[in-house]
Structures are given as structure tokens and as C-alpha cells.
Design a protein around this ligand. Structure first.
Ligand code: PRX
Length: 647
């Protein structure tokens, strides 16, 4: 397989939006020749403007770029209203519950429900333009209604993934000064009800001044406690609302949402996205990368708590007027055939998931896909972490029957939408390679000072021109925004965006992502900062010092490996399980560690900096190649190795 290149499927290419590499290159050339003109053309074609913009790109306060200056629009109009004339009866959201219950919500119904929801927010809770609303919700259609209702009235939603703990939720509510929290009693997973509301109760235990009310959606009808005067039932209140709510006229640059993500230092940061630029790119990438057309049924398996769920379950598919499948459960329940049965039952045309899920499904059911009719599939996608060639091959051969292109999409919370990806009708694909930057996106692999790397050399993956769906700011922390993403390197006098990933470009110009170059780890496609995990571990009274690194893992991609220096005594199972309890309550179950090893000390430089590279190498079982003579205590390295060996 090494070196094999997979040509686009000719039948697919005939009807694709971008049919060949020549067409791809023509688009790239168009953007090269007139960057602003390229974007203006798309914005004019795709966006239902209420008032036109006066300037395409304002770079005067770089890196605080502004796109489509003075333009007026509304994202819920873009995703719903403008489709009603010709697609009112088309299914917008196709929902399948964990227990197999199916609901089809047409664009007309979506419109009514979002309008009612918007009225409820406005009339009952006084939510107005610019207010922040935190959503802590399961994967149910009401989550999409809530997002679109916020967009309709100009409120800024901030979704917190349901797997995050009450502590993590509390931090995010406070950082955003949210006025309202929308949650559910719970939902279903693996055939059983689970609860979400108690985590909200706990987060708000010592009243957070900003939160005026909690709106609770009923999903599983489990008993939950109720705080009079704070908690309100969505199901009761929504009945009285009218299904007509005029949308707020929003500026191109008004924030659409915040989404917290981990960085290499400090607390998670509220990534702020804009209105026009974000929705334009969400829609364009649905069209280019997934090539959705006609009656396609698009299924992205992410959770709405992550950027993938925002852009490719809700905003992108609906802006593109397609049918989006939303799933409450897990693809392995009741068995490894669940996902494939759903593809068959709903005639899914594009299937988009994470490498971790592919590896699990592969491991659990090598031949399972063959039991189902998967002939509806046209495009397969992957996102969130590097995919390994064996998983790629199984996905291609067994799931896609050798005929579906795999779009390995590289992007981030901060980029809003895909940046580097094959185009399914055009790009000859090298397995496990994100291939080329999309037209209009200028990706380069450079050194920190901006010098381009040579072919075959790994360097820093940067986006060297602003693009419409880029992060606009970190909520409440402009300085951190500049520091975290824009280094010293400049292009045309303007700072360039640093992704935090490494990449390498081959002789054919193909870009392969090599993984994070900072202290961020990626566990099952969930991004976590080692600093955040370390801060939580320090809460354990036995721990004197801690260092966290990622270790390669067969299924999860990376797992959490924790080195601790004990205050006294030896580490035992009780302490290990306590540390994991602390992680789960401070961050969430996704932060649980696979390895916790007590060591006599950490490898530090004389200035006290922990050499994580050494710790990473030891966790991986690699030889130490770096110079350890500069360490304060070089002997500690062999002691750590010994401790890991005996753990
Ligand atoms: O390291 C890259 C990895 O996921 C990071 C972004 O994580 P997050 O903001 O949570 O967004 C995930 C979904 C877009 C990146 O910095 N990543 C994302 N896509 C890929 C990837 N690594 C390799 N290949 C990809 N296709």
C-alpha cells in the first residue's frame, strides 16, 4: 500500500462540484490572482444578505481581521427561512434516538420550532442580542433548535459538551457571564437513561450571579430536583409561544457563538466566531468537501459540544439545505453494526466520523459492514486526529467498498471549518494524508521565524492569510488571542496564524499532519491541555509535583500518562483512583488517565523547566536521544525509566 494513490471515482466525479484537479487548480489560481474578489464572489452567491457589505476584508487592526464589513444577515435565515419556499417539506433534521426512535423534522417544522424557541428566550427570559446562553445538552433535536433560536435573536451560544463535569461547566458559565443555561433532564445512552441536570445544579450550587434562569428540556422523564424561581420547564412553556419571530438583523462581525477549547497553557479559552464569515465557509465546505446535493442524507457522528458538531451537524448542513442526521446514542450499541444499520436504514450518502470511532468499529466488527447495504454511501470523511493507514484502508475497502473517496479533513475549533482536505471528485488521495489546502486557504509549513520548510521536513503548520471563518478573538482576552495564535512570523507585513500542529509537505505538494507541537494532547479526538490536567491532579493532597504527557494508544490515538512525585509514601491503587476521580470531577470522564506512575523527581533544567520531551519519550518506550546533560539532575532520567518499567 505504501505510496499507493487512490484516484477519484469517475462516476462520482462527473456530477461533483469540483470535477478534476484542473478545476481545483483553477479555483486556487482565482484566489491567488484576486483574494478579496474570490471571497466576495462566494459571499455574493451564497449569503442571503439583508444589507450588502461595504468592504470585503479589513486588515487595519490585524490580527483582529474583519470580513464583509457592514454586511447584514441572520444565520437562522440562512439555515431555515430562505429554504422554505422550495424545501419546506424536505427533512431538515433526521433524528435517531439511542433506543431506535426516529423523528423527521422538515424545514417547515424546524422553522416553527426555532421561532417558538426564539420567542421563549426573548419573551420569557429577556434574552437579547449579545447575551450569552450556555447549552449543556444531549444530542436531541432541541439542541439544534436552541442554537438556531439564539442565532435568530442574536444571542451568543456557548455549548458545553455533556461529558464535561460540573466544575468545567461552572468555569465556562462564569467566563462567558451567561444569563441563561439550557439543559435537559438527561437522555439515553446504551439503552439506559442518564442525567445531565444534576451537573447543572452542582455547577450553580453557590449561585453564580450572572445566571438568571435554567431552562430544562424533558427527554427521559427521570426525576430531577427543581429549584423554584430558577428552573423552568421548556416543554410547558414552549406550548404558549407563537411560531412567528422576526429575526434580528445581525452585523457580519457580530459574534455567533463561543466554544471553549484547550490550549497549551492556562484555562480553556472561549473561541469566538463571527456571523457572516463562519456561515459562508460552513456552507461552502459542505458543498466542496462533502459535495452534498439533492436528497443526500448527511451524517456526522460528532457531538454538538465540539466544533465538528456545530459546523457539520447543524450550521453547515442546514445552510446548504441538506438533510442532517442526528444521533443520540453510540455507534457500538447494541452492537458493532449499529452505525452500518443506520446508514442502510436512512440511506446515508456522506458519513463523517473520527479515527477513534473507525478503529473501534474495525476492532469490534471487521466484517460487520458487509452485513448491511451500504450502497447509498458516496463520500466518507474523517476528522479530529491523524488516521493510521490500517484504519484508513479498512474504512476505504470494507465500509466504502473501494468506491468512496475518503476526505481526511484537517481543521480546528479556531478555523471554523475545513482547511486542508481532499475534494472528493478531484483529488488523487494518498491514504492518511489531508492532501491540499482548500481553495482560498493559504497553508504553509514554516519555521517559527517564518522561513519555509523544505520538502520532506516537518515544520509548523500555519495559515498565512486571514480567512472568513477564522477565530475572531478569545472571549474577554484579546492579549491571549494574539499570543496564542500569532507569533513573530509575518507575511506581507501581517502576522500569520499558528495552528499548533506540525506538518510535512511531500514532493507532490501533499500535506500530512504530524500532530500537535505544543502541550496539547488529543485523546479520542478530544483536545486537552496538559496544563489543565496537571492543575487538576495537583488538587490531590498526596501529590507534590506532576507532569502529564500523551502516549500513543491503539484505539484512542493518544492516552493520558501522568508522572507524579509524591509528597510522601508510595503510590497505591487508592491514590491512583483518587487522582482519576479528581480528574473526572474537575474536567470530566474524558480526562481519566490510563497510566499514573510515581517517580522520584521530574527532569528539569537548571531554570526549573520540566523537559516534557524526555517524559514523552520514556512513556512511549523510546530511546532518549536528547541531551540530558543540561538537566539539574541527569540521574533522574534512569530512575524515571526504572519506575515506568516497574509500574
Ligand atoms: O491536532 C489537530 C487535530 O485536532 C486538532 C483540533 O482539535 P479541535 O479544535 O478539537 O477540533 C477537532 C475537529 C476539527 C488539530 O489541531 N486534527 C483535526 N483534524 C485532523 C487532526 N489531525 C490530523 N488529521 C486531521 N484530519
Amino acid at each position: 500500500m505504501h505510496g499507493e494513490v487512490f484516484q477519484p471515482n469517475k462516476d462520482f466525479a462527473k456530477n461533483a462540484r469540483v470535477k478534476s484537479m484542473d478545476e481545483y487548480r483553477a479555483l486556487v489560481a482565482e484566489a491567488d490572482a484576486d483574494y478579496e474578489g474570490f471571497w466576495a464572489k462566494r459571499a455574493d452567491e451564497k449569503i442571503a444578505w439583508i444589507a450588502p457589505y461595504t468592504k470585503v476584508l479589513d486588515e487595519s487592526s490585524a490580527p483582529f481581521y474583519k470580513w464583509f464589513v457592514d454586511g447584514k444577515l441572520n444565520v437562522s435565515n440562512q439555515c431555515i427561512d430562505r429554504h422554505l419556499a422550495d424545501k419546506g417539506d424536505k427533512t431538515a433534521i433526521l433524528f435517531e434516538g439511542d433506543r431506535g426512535d426516529v423523528e423527521k423534522i422538515t424545514y417547515n417544522e424546524l422553522s416553527q420550532r426555532v421561532n417558538k424557541f426564539a420567542n421563549l428566550l426573548k419573551n420569557r427570559f429577556g434574552v437579547t442580542k449579545g447575551d450569552r446562553v450556555v447549552l449543556y445538552l444531549p444530542m436531541i433535536p432541541e439542541a439544534a433548535y436552541a442554537m438556531l433560536a439564539c442565532a435568530r435573536i442574536g444571542a451568543i451560544h456557548s455549548i458545553v459538551f455533556g461529558g464535561f463535569s460540573s466544575e468545567a461547566l461552572r468555569d465556562r458559565i462564569e467566563d462567558a457571564s451567561a444569563k441563561l443555561v439550557i439543559t435537559a433532564d438527561g437522555a439515553y445512552r446504551k439503552g439506559k437513561p442518564y442525567l445531565l441536570k444534576p451537573a447543572v445544579d452542582k455547577a450553580l450550587e453557590n449561585d453564580i450571579a450572572c445566571v438568571e434562569a435554567v431552562l430544562v428540556i424533558q427527554r427521559n422523564k427521570e426525576d430531577v430536583t427543581w429549584k423554584e424561581g430558577r428552573d423552568y420547564s421548556y416543554n410547558e412553556l414552549i406550548k404558549d409561544e407563537s411560531d412567528v419571530c422576526d429575526f434580528e438583523v445581525m452585523d457580519s462581525e457580530d459574534p455567533l457563538f463561543l466554544l471553549y477549547t484547550s490550549g497549551s497553557t492556562g484555562k480553556p479559552k472561549g473561541v469566538q466566531h463571527s456571523t457572516a464569515g463562519y456561515i459562508l465557509w460552513a456552507q461552502m465546505t459542505m458543498e466542496w468537501v462533502f459535495d452534498v446535493q439533492g436528497d443526500d442524507v448527511f451524517w456526522c457522528t460528532a457531538d454538538i459540544g465540539w466544533i465538528t458538531g456545530h459546523t457539520y451537524i447543524v450550521y453547515g448542513p442546514l445552510a446548504a439545505g441538506t438533510t442532517t442526521l442526528m444521533f443520540e446514542g453510540v455507534p457500538t450499541y447494541p452492537d458493532a453494526g449499529r452505525a452500518w444499520k443506520m446508514v442502510q436504514d436512512h440511506k446515508v450518502t456522506q458519513f463523517y466520523t473520527a479515527p477513534t470511532a473507525i478503529r473501534v468499529l474495525h476492532k469490534m466488527g471487521e466484517n460487520e459492514p458487509e452485513k448491511y447495504d451500504l450502497s447509498s454511501l458516496k463520500v466518507l470523511g474523517t476528522v479530529g486526529e491523524p488516521i493510521d493507514p490500517p484504519a484508513w484502508m479498512w474504512y476505504h475497502q470494507v465500509v466504502g467498498n473501494g468506491k468512496c473517496p475518503i476526505v481526511d479533513t484537517w481543521w480546528q475549533t479556531e478555523t471554523g471549518g475545513h482547511m486542508i482536505s481532499p475534494l472528493p471528485g478531484a483529488t488523487p488521495i494518498k491514504p492518511a494524508c489531508a492532501t491540499f489546502a482548500l481553495p482560498g486557504i493559504i497553508a504553509e509549513v514554516i519555521e517559527s521565524d517564518g522561513t519555509p520548510k523544505k520538502i520532506g521536513e516537518t515544520g509548523l503548520l500555519c495559515i498565512t492569510k486571514p480567512w472568513p471563518s477564522m477565530i475572531r478573538n478569545i472571549w474577554g482576552d484579546s492579549e491571549r488571542f494574539k499570543k496564542a495564535y500569532f507569533g513573530d512570523a509575518k507575511k506581507d507585513g501581517k502576522p500569520v496564524y499558528f495552528s499548533g500542529d506540525g506538518a510535512v509537505i511531500d514532493k507532490d505538494g501533499y500535506i500530512t499532519i504530524t500532530g500537535r507541537v505544543d502541550d496539547v494532547i488529543n485523546v479520542s479526538g478530544h483536545r486537552m491541555g496538559t496544563a489543565e490536567i496537571e492543575a487538576a491532579v495537583k488538587e490531590d493532597e498526596h501529590v507534590a509535583e506532576v507532569a502529564v504527557v500523551g502516549r500513543p494508544h491503539d484505539i484512542k490515538g493518544e492516552s493520558i500518562f501522568i508522572y507524579i512525585v509524591m509528597k510522601e509514601g508510595k503510590v497505591n491503587d487508592d491514590i491512583k483512583s483518587h487522582i482519576n476521580q479528581v480528574l473526572s470531577s474537575e474536567i470530566g470522564n474524558i480526562a481519566k488517565a490510563d497510566d499514573i506512575v510515581a517517580v522520584p523527581g521530574l527532569p528539569k533544567t537548571r531554570s526549573g523547566k520540566i523537559m516534557r520531551r524526555i517524559l514523552r519519550s520514556i512513556a512511549k518506550g523510546e530511546e532518549i536521544t536528547q541531551d540530558i546533560s543540561t538537566l539539574e539532575d541527569p540521574d533522574v532520567v534512569s530512575k524515571i525509566k526504572e519506575a515506568v518499567k516497574n509500574s
